[in-house]
Design a protein around this ligand. Structure first.
Ligand code: NI
Length: 131
């Protein structure tokens, strides 16, 4: 067993504590273990198998840099993109749903790049093992 210090923003710490409560985990260490294990399970999907999936993104379209980067990434991986749906939520926010099909490892790579874009307000990737 190793010990290490973790620095977290207040809101992330609140989320961690709330996750611990919901999952009935007795402490923060258990909560972090839980997160690592659920991440590892997800990573095990990363194979050459053909799967389908969906990325949901919410962003402010005034952030042109973010928009351009997102489009560049999607063009780079265009062989995986089946469709995109763009909904204007309000004056600032857009919700984009990108439907994907291809190798699991590539889908994960594309989704991670989009979700990690600086300024992205929300990003979620759902993968189905059925291709
Ligand atoms: Ni829009």
């Amino acid at each position: 067993m190793k010990r290490f210090g973790v620095s977290l923003e207040d809101n992330l710490l609140k989320e961690l504590d709330s996750l611990a409560r919901k999952q009935r985990l007795p402490n923060r260490s258990q909560a972090i273990r839980y997160l690592i294990r659920s991440h590892t399970v997800t990573e095990k999907w990363d194979t050459n198998r053909t799967v389908s999936g969906c990325v949901v993104l919410v962003y402010d379209h005034h952030k042109r840099d973010l928009l351009n980067r997102s489009i560049d990434i999607q063009h780079k991986y265009q062989h995986l993109v089946l469709s995109t749906q763009h909904v204007h939520l309000d004056h600032n926010n857009c919700l984009e749903t990108i439907t994907l099909k291809g190798k699991a490892i590539e889908l994960r790579e594309l989704a991670d790049k989009l979700i990690a874009l600086k300024g992205m307000k929300h990003g979620k990737f759902v993968m189905s093992t059925i291709g």
